[in-house]
Design a protein. Structure first.
Length: 56
């Protein structure tokens, strides 16, 4: 069974959340990772829906 898609798109960090000190991970790194996961979940859900036979 496929996990349900993540419905809420991650929000980018607020301007004051990044200290620009080279943190590892930076809040922007975390955001990009979460955004990639969200995009993949959306694509997986779309592919799953497309693979289902049409109901009549």
């Amino acid at each position: 069974m496929q996990p349900s898609p993540i419905t809420e798109k991650p929000q980018p960090p607020a301007p004051n959340e990044c200290c620009e000190s080279g943190c590892d991970p930076c809040v922007w790194d975390i955001y990009r990772t979460e955004l990639q996961k969200w995009e993949q979940a959306q694509q997986d859900a779309k592919n799953t829906d497309a693979a289902k036979p049409a109901q009549t």
